[in-house]
Design a protein around this ligand. Structure first.
Ligand code: 5AD
Ligand code: FES
Length: 345
């Protein structure tokens, strides 16, 4: 049966929760699933791979997410916050390596005023690149100001659509508020990215199926999924963690259901398998987000252990990933890589 569901999804781009669950539970059909996602990727978004340079400008955070190395209660982490001039410096370098999109990511909080971030956005826009922000929950006014400053896209993972699990792993945070932030981001005309962690303790297959249905219901433009990797500096240090295979399945199913969106081969996937990003690119992904943070900071942005490329330079990563992409007969795109809506839901 799950084999038939994959065929249906490849044609119609919809599945019920039960059908998704049946596919997620059956590993005998994984090859079929990954190949179908690869075909749908090729048909709707083509062979170009979009590179987004990820600039991790601060690891300070006011949140205490149980799985995350940047959580405020983690005292084993040296904290940093780049000066706006340094952010611009790193951004300028990244643009010189050929990036057409920069993703500005940080922990959450008011360590910079929204006006400061807006002016960083305005300056970087002058370099002629698209900007994605990944800076967490803000008010509608703040999201609006940043959008007016020129930010094109916003990433805010829902992490899990299971409200109970969400609130357990995010002390003091509220699941409805997270969803409202995503709807606001969308309403303001950002390309909207979300995604979830796979393999959180207590996460059921049914709730992972709900995550995929949520991505579709929201009308997300970008979805990033990756395995939860236990961090020894967090309360979840002794938990099991998610698997590469399950994360890949969720990613492939997301491609089948949202055929024309942008889907990154995530860093966390490569952290579990040295070929993870290439495998992901052959199973539905069409985006890679190489790190463009310079110097010691990339090692300090330690969400989880085993994060790749922490001792490499942005120039090295750019060359490395370009070579890898070519090795699978794909091409590095040189346009901005906005979503082209092809499939009407
Ligand atoms: N394992 C995997 N991914 C993690 N993230 C945070 N901590 C971990 C971890 N231990 C992810 C979250 C967040 C993104 C920036 O990093 O999903 O949204
Ligand atoms: Fe960083 Fe390969 S992408 S070393």
């Amino acid at each position: 049966m799950p084999g038939l569901f994959i065929k249906k999804a490849e044609k119609e781009h919809r599945l019920t929760k039960d059908e998704l669950t049946a596919i997620l539970e059956n590993d005998g059909i994984n090859r079929e699933l990954f190949d179908a996602a690869d075909r749908v990727r090729e048909k709707y978004v083509g062979d170009k791979v979009h590179l987004r340079g990820l600039l991790e400008f601060s690891n300070l955070c006011v949140r205490d997410c149980l799985y995350c190395g940047l959580r405020k209660d983690n005292k084993n982490l040296k904290r940093y916050r780049l000066k706006p001039g340094t952010v611009l410096d790193f951004a300028r370098k990244a643009v010189s390596y050929g990036y057409k999109t920069l993703v500005l990511q940080s922990g959450e909080g008011d360590f910079y005023s929204t006006e400061d971030i807006a002016s960083i956005v305005r300056e970087i826009k002058k370099f002629g690149v698209a900007i994605t922000l990944s800076i967490g929950e803000k008010t509608e006014e703040e999201y609006k100001l940043l959008r007016q400053a020129g930010a094109d896209r916003f990433l805010l993972r829902i992490e899990t659509t299971d409200k109970e699990l969400y609130e357990k792993f995010h002390p003091g945070m509220n699941h409805e508020n997270r969803i409202n932030c995503l709807r606001t981001i969308k309403k303001l005309g950002y390309e909207t990215g979300t995604g979830s962690l796979i393999g959180l303790p207590g996460q059921s297959i049914g709730s992972i199926a709900d995550d995929i249905l949520f991505f579709k219901e929201l009308g997300a433009d970008m979805i990033g999924v990756g395995p939860f990797i236990p961090n020894e500096d967090t309360p979840l240090e002794n938990e099991q963690g998610g698997t590469f295979e399950m994360s890949l399945k969720v990613m492939a199913l997301t491609r089948l259901l949202l055929p024309d969106i942008n889907i990154p081969a995530t860093t966390a996937m490569e952290s579990l398998d040295p070929n993870g990003r290439l495998i992901a690119l052959k199973s539905g992904a069409n985006v890679v987000m190489p790190n463009v943070t310079e110097g010691e900071y990339r090692a300090l942005y330690r969400l989880y252990p085993g994060k790749i490329c922490i001792n490499d330079t942005p120039a090295h990563c750019r060359g490395c990933i370009t070579g890898k992409i070519r090795s699978i007969n794909r091409v590095v795109a040189n346009d901005y890589g906005f979503r082209k809506k092809i499939f009407k839901v």
